[in-house]
Write a protein that binds this ligand. Structure first.
Ligand SMILES: Nc1ncnc2c1ncn2[C@@H]1O[C@H](COP(=O)(O)OP(=O)(O)OP(=O)(O)O)[C@@H](O)[C@H]1O
Ligand SMILES: [Mg+2]
Length: 254
């Protein structure tokens, strides 16, 4: 990557220098005693129990745990797609659920990029238009939007697919489209819910390497939910969740 399209302010630096800087970096994201209870006619289900942790700017963390342990629920709350029943979530020191709904929506669009296992692309429209959606919502003018979306597609190696419908792309290519879309508004935080879950291991590695590059070179903060313990062990830190609670935390890389 030769230019700074992913970030406005962040300059790529050497990995060694970045590792030293990591220790000094500010907190990007903080969860404080977050609980989530789903209520239904059948009763209450406690999906998250008093979850607390912080993630530093540029940190690449993984969340692992059995199916049903609460990983997606946690990610949805971090990304303000859902509200906690109790507790607080701070992004850049702002208590996000104390904001008005319209402010939460704006923050979600500008500060957070999402990548999902099932890509969540719109097949009615082109790859390029899919990438542009967050910028359409945030009101970027069309020329800047076209330029940026093409640049992101080029960086991700799929510029030649810009005018195709996502359904005509391979799984790995579709996930690259989703990554490009997640970067469209230059978010500080990227939330990825099993982004390699539907991919073969080689393509999964490639997607993982892209996330690693975004954390290392561009200081994006990345929260990566995965069932793949090998990939998890290659992130900076792994948080293990069981029955909605943090079971343990392992630092993989200082
Ligand atoms: N909207 C909802 N309403 C009711 N229960 C829910 C809802 N969303 C999740 N749950 C329940 O909360 C628990 C945690 O679900 P969650 O999807 O967070 O698990 P997960 O760790 O992401 O699992 P997986 O690895 O299978 O994706 C599960 O018991 C699930 O059934
Ligand atoms: Mg899940």
């Amino acid at each position: 990557m030769h230019d700074n399209v992913v970030g406005y302010n962040q300059k790529p630096g050497s990995d060694a220098k970045n590792e030293v800087n990591d220790l000094l970096l500010p907190v990007a994201l903080k969860m404080e005693n977050v609980s989530k209870v789903f209520k239904s006619p059948a009763g209450e289900l406690i999906a998250l129990r008093e979850i607390s942790f912080a993630v530093r700017k540029g940190e690449f963390i993984s969340i692992v745990g059995p199916s049903g342990s609460g990983k997606s629920t946690l990610l949805n709350i971090i990304g303000a797609l859902d509200r906690p029943s109790n507790g607080r979530v701070f992004i850049d020191n702002v208590d996000i659920f104390s904001l008005k709904d319209s402010q939460i929506a704006q923050m979600r669009n500008l500060l957070i990029g999402y990548i999902f296992q099932s890509f969540n692309l719109i097949n009615r429209t082109s790859v390029q238009k899919n990438v542009e959606i967050p910028a359409i919502i945030s009101g970027m003018n069309s020329e800047a939007r076209h330029r940026r979306s093409l640049k992101l597609l080029r960086i991700l190696g799929i510029e030649d697919k810009a005018s195709l419908k996502p359904v005509n792309l391979s799984g790995g290519q579709q996930q690259r489209v989703a990554i490009a879309r997640s970067l469209m508004n230059n978010p500080a935080i990227i939330l990825a819910d099993e982004p390699t879950g539907n991919l073969d291991s080689k393509t999964g590695e490639e997607v993982f390497d892209l996330l690693r590059m975004l954390a290392n070179k561009f200081k994006r903060t990345i929260v990566f939910v995965t069932h793949n313990s090998d990939l998890a062990s290659r992130t900076d830190r792994t948080i293990f969740i069981r029955d909605g609670a943090i079971e343990k935390e392992i630092i993989n890389r200082i």
